[in-house]
Design a protein around this ligand. Structure first.
Ligand SMILES: [Zn+2]
Length: 235
């Protein structure tokens, strides 16, 4: 995706903190934008803001601007088909740890959600959706396995006679339990990270959490809707 062609407003001559937008954030913080453009970790922009909450909201705002509908490229981000007539909207969450001085009696990390837009063809969306469904099933299976083994650990000693069979079972079940939890969670984590199409992952900063696919629609239709024109015909 050609980054240089994106319609990103250039730094204005006003001081960064001189004027605020209606959202209560500065319109353009040049050093933060540079880091975001270089795909640095989100928390690296914290130092340009008074509060982490402000930094996290600014990050989301900058991403919305960079990945707005108007900036969607022509090629499908997954297979490269061009021109790609359809656009997918993806919701992400960004979190930032609080600044050292801000640490309170809470482990709540400031977070913000935002949607990015990408060109994607129906076949690639279908593939992505299927892989999302598979991981959902795997997550459910991991959960069921975990609780089943836990129930066995609790119930077996009661059900079996006290002749050593119960402790032998436990000796097997406990390690299995640990493996199901830790290896299971690790595998699910790596898998869910890799399921995002590479063409999308490559253009985004790291450490973002995928939330959901928000919508999938015809580009022209979306443009009309964005321009406030009545949407006609195509579904
Ligand atoms: Zn495609």
């Amino acid at each position: 995706m050609p980054d240089e062609n994106r319609d990103i407003p250039i730094a204005s001559a006003v001081l960064d903190y001189a004027t605020y937008d209606a959202d209560g954030l500065p319109p353009w913080v040049a050093p933060a934008e540079e880091l975001i453009a270089a795909r640095a970790k989100p928390k690296t922009i914290r130092k340009f803001f008074r509060k982490t909450e402000e930094a996290v909201k600014y990050f989301a705002k900058s991403m919305r601007r960079r990945f707005s509908l108007a900036n969607v490229g022509d090629d499908c981000v997954a297979c490269g088909t061009s021109p790609c007539p359809t656009v997918v909207g993806v919701q992400w969450m960004v979190r930032m740890p609080l600044k050292w001085k801000q640490i309170k009696l809470s482990n709540d990390q400031p977070r913000a959600k935002f949607v990015t837009h990408h060109a994607m063809c129906p076949a690639c969306l279908e593939r992505w959706s299927r892989s999302l469904a598979r991981i959902k099933t795997a997550r459910m299976a991991q959960n069921i396995a975990q609780w089943t083994i836990f129930a066995l650990i609790i119930l077996l000693p009661r059900a079996l006679p006290r002749n050593g069979a119960a402790s032998a079972w436990r000796a097997v079940l406990w390690p299995t339990y640990i493996v199901v939890i830790y290896v299971g969670l690790l595998v699910l984590r790596v898998w869910s990270k890799r399921r995002t199409p590479k063409g999308i992952a490559r253009t985004l900063p790291p450490k973002l959490q995928f939330v959901s696919i928000e919508f999938f629609d015809d580009r022209e239709r979306l443009n009309d809707a964005a321009a406030g024109l009545p949407i006609t015909g195509k579904a």
